[in-house]
Write a protein that binds this ligand. Structure first.
Ligand code: FAD
Ligand code: SIN
Length: 526
C-alpha cells in the first residue's frame, strides 16, 4: 500500500514535532512513530533546556562551556549556531505553550548542571521533557496539515537502491524518496513516498544493559542510514549519566537529575566520604565524562555496586519543591531523599554521535534530514554539555524546515519504488532467538564497550557481535518482519559502528576512555 506526503517525519520527540509544526505551515506532514506519540527520550528529560537568558551569562560563556566539555572535538560553527539561536527557539516553545518555572519576581528560574559555569538551564520542576512534549503534542494534534500514525515502525529509508541501482558510500547524489514503514497493528508494510524525509528517531541507550532511555531508543535512524550508505560519525562517544537510581531490574533506570548536584547534592562513598575532588576541581558538578568515570573507578576499586548522592543537608521544603517527581519516586522505593542518601550508579544515557548532518540538518543523502539525538551535528564533540540536547533538536529542526521548505515545489515524488517484497519471509520467528541475542548484545556492549575500554575488549566485542550479526541477518531473511527483530538488527548495527569508530581512536578523549591510552584529553586539560 502506498502513501504520499510532502514531509515524512519519523519520530515524535522534540526534534520531529518541532519540525512538523514548522513544515505544516507550507505542506502536508505525515508523522510516523513506533509507540504512543509521547514515548521517547524527550518525555523523560528532567534537568532542562539550555539558553543564555540573563546576565552575567552570555553567548561566549555558553560557547566556551560547550567547547570545554566537548574536549576539543566540537564543531565551532555548530556550537555558535545552537548557542546564538537558542533564545529565539526558547521563545517559540513558550509561545507554543511550554511553561518554564519562574521565581516570585516573575523571572525565569535558572538551574546549573555539570560543566556549566553559569546558571542557564530553563526547566519545569524536574520533568522538563514531559512539559515540552505535552505542549508540542497538543499543538500537532490540532494542526490540520499534520497526520499522525502511531505504532508505525520505519524499517528502511528508500533510496536509488530500491530502484535497483547499486548504491555505495562513494555513490554521488544519493537521494531519499521516503520509507518502508511497518504498521504494527495491521502487520503490513506501507511504502510512504515523500518529498523530504526527516529522521528524528532519538537515542541508542538500549544497546546497553543499564540505560536511562525508554525501550524505543534502539538507534533505528542510525542503522537505517548506515544501511543506506550514508555517513555516521562520532559513535564512540556514548555518554553515561553519572547518577541513575540504583534499583536492579528496573528498566529504564530512573534518572536522578544532574540539577540536583547543581542545587548542592554531593556524591559520597557508601561510608559517607566525598570523593569527586580527587577527579576534578569542580567536584560533584564536574563534566559528565569525568564524573561517570570517577564513580566507575570508585565502584571498581572498592567493589561497590553504587555510590551515594547526598542532598540531606538542604532544606527539605526546597528539595521537594524543586524535585517533586524524584522525591515521590524515591519515596516509593523506601528512600526519603530529605533524610536518606540516594544510591546511584552510571547508566548509558546519550549518543553524542549519529547521522552526520550539515548546519541545515541535511544528511549525506539528498532530501533526507536527521534531527535531534539521531544526528551528529558536531555540537557535543567528545562529551555533551548537560541540557544541550533538547535545544540542539529545536534549533536544527528550525534550520531543516527553513532549508527544505523553499525546495518543496521543485521536488517530485518518486513513483517507481516497488512495494515491500514479502517473498520467503513467512515464518514467525521464535522469540527466544531474538531475546537471547538481545541479552548477549547488551552484555557485550556493557562489559567491553562501556565507560572504560581497551583494544582487547573492543576486539573481543567485535568478534562476538559478528556471530550475533550473522544469526540475526539469517533470521531477518527468513522470518516475518517484527518490531523486535528489526530493533535487534538495528542495535547490532549501532554496536558495530560504536566499536569500529572506537577502534580507530588511538587516544582517550572525552567519553572514549581506553586503558591502553591512559593520558586522557578531557575538559580538564582542554
Ligand atoms: P526522542 O525524544 O527520543 O524521540 C524519538 C522518537 O522516534 C520517538 O517518538 C520514538 O518512538 C520514535 N522512533 C524511534 N525509532 C523509530 C522507528 N524505527 N520508527 C518510527 N518511530 C521511531 N536532554 C536535555 O537537553 N536536557 C535534559 O534535561 C535531559 N534529560 C534527559 C533525561 C533522560 C532520562 C533521558 C533519557 C534523556 C535526557 N536528555 C536531556 C536527552 C534528551 O532528552 C534527548 O536527547 C532528546 O529528547 C532527544 O529528542 P529526539 O526528538 O531526538 O528523540
Ligand atoms: C539531567 O537532568 O541530569 C539530564 C540532563 C541531560 O541529560 O542533559
Amino acid at each position: 500500500m502506498n502513501r504520499e506526503t510532502d514531509f515524512l517525519v519519523i519520530g515524535s520527540g522534540i526534534a520531529g514535532l518541532t519540525f512538523a509544526l514548522k513544515a505544516a505551515e507550507h505542506g502536508r506532514v505525515l508523522i510516523v512513530t513506533k509507540s504512543n506519540i509521547s514515548e521517547g527520550n524527550t518525555n523523560y528529560a528532567q534537568g532542562g533546556i539550555c539558553s543564555v537568558t540573563y546576565e552575567p551569562d552570555n553567548f561566549e560563556k555558553h560557547i566556551q562551556d560547550t567547547l570545554v566539555c566537548g574536549a576539543g572535538e566540537c564543531d565551532l560553527d555548530a556550537v555558535e549556531l545552537v548557542v546564538r539561536r537558542a533564545p529565539e527557539l526558547i521563545k517559540q516553545l513558550i509561545n507554543w505553550g511550554v511553561k518554564f518555572d519562574k521565581d516570585q519576581n516573575g523571572r525565569y528560574e535558572l538551574a546549573r548542571e555539570g560543566g556549566h559555569t553559569e546558571y542557564r538551564i530553563l526547566h519545569h520542576k524536574d520533568n522538563t521533557g514531559y512539559e515540552i512534549e505535552r505542549a508540542l503534542v497538543r499543538k500537532v494534534k490540532k494542526h490540520p496539515n499534520i497526520e499522525i500514525l502511531e505504532h508505525h515502525f520505519a524499517v528502511e529509508v528508500l533510496t536509488q537502491h530500491h530502484l535497483g541501482m547499486l548504491v555505495k558510500k562513494s555513490t554521488p547524489d544519493k537521494e531519499c524518496y521516503g520509507a518502508y514503514v511497518l504498521d504494527l497493528k495491521k502487520k503490513r508494510i506501507l511504502t510512504i513516498l515523500s518529498k523530504f524525509t526527516i529522521l528524528a528517531t532519538g537515542g541508542v541507550g538500549n544497546i546497553y544493559h543499564t540505560t536511562t532511555n525508554p525501550s524505543v531508543a534502539t538507534g533505528d535512524g542510525v542503522a537505517m542510514v548506515h544501511r543506506a550508505k550514508g555517513t555516521i560519525e562520532n559513535m564512540e562517544y556514548i555518554q553515561f549519566h553519572p547518577t541513575a537510581l540504583y534499583n536492579p531490574g528496573e528498566r529504564p533506570s530512573f534518572l536522578i537529575t544532574e540539577a540536583m548536584r547543581g542545587f548542592g547534592a554531593i556524591l559520597k562513598t557508601p561510608d559517607g566520604n566525598e570523593f569527586m575532588q580527587k577527579y576534578h576541581p569542580m567536584g560533584s558538578i564536574a563534566p559528565r565524562d569525568i564524573t561517570a568515570r570517577g564513580i566507575d573507578n570508585e565502584m571498581k576499586t572498592y567493589g561497590y555496586d553504587y555510590v551515594y548522592l547526598d542532598v540531606t543537608h538542604k532544606d527539605p521544603k526546597d528539595i521537594i519543591s524543586h524535585f517533586p517527581n524524584i522525591y515521590e519516586k524515591c519515596l516509593s522505593e523506601g528512600i526519603d531523599i530529605t533524610k536518606d542518601m540516594i544510591p546511584v550508579a552510571p547508566a548509558a544515557h546519550y549518543s553524542c554521535g549519529g547521522v552526520k548532518v550539515d548546519l541545515n540538518g541535511l544528511t549525506s543523502i539528498n532530501r533526507l534530514y536527521a534531527l535531534g539525538e539521531t544526528s551528529y551535528t558536531g555540537l557535543h564533540g567528545a562529551n555533551r554539555l548537560a541540557s544541550n540536547s533538547l535545544i540542539e533538536a529545536a534549533v536544527y529542526a528550525d534550520q531543516a524546515a527553513k532549508h527544505s521548505i523553499p525546495m518543496l515545489d521543485k521536488v517530485e515524488l518518486q513513483y517507481n519504488i516497488p512495494g515491500w517484497d514479502y517473498g520467503g519471509t513467512s515464518h514467525p520467528e521464535e522469540m527466544v532467538l531474538i531475546t537471547q541475542n538481545y541479552k548477549e548484545m547488551q552484555q557485550i556492549m556493557s562489559n567491553y564497550v562501556g565507560i572504560v575500554r581497551s583494544d582487547l575488549r573492543l576486539e573481543r566485542a567485535l568478534k562476538r557481535l559478528a556471530i550475533i550479526f550473522e544469526e540475526t541477518e539469517q533470521l531477518y531473511l527468513t522470518s516475518t518482519l517484527s518490531q523486535s527483530l528489526c530493533e535487534l538488527r538495528n542495535m547490532i548495527a549501532v554496536g558495530y559502528l560504536i566499536i569500529r569508530q572506537a577502534q580507530l581512536k588511538k587516544e582517550s578523549v572525552g567519553l572514549h576512555y581506553s586503558i591502553d591510552y591512559p593520558s586522557t584529553i578531557t575538559a580538564k586539560e582542554f
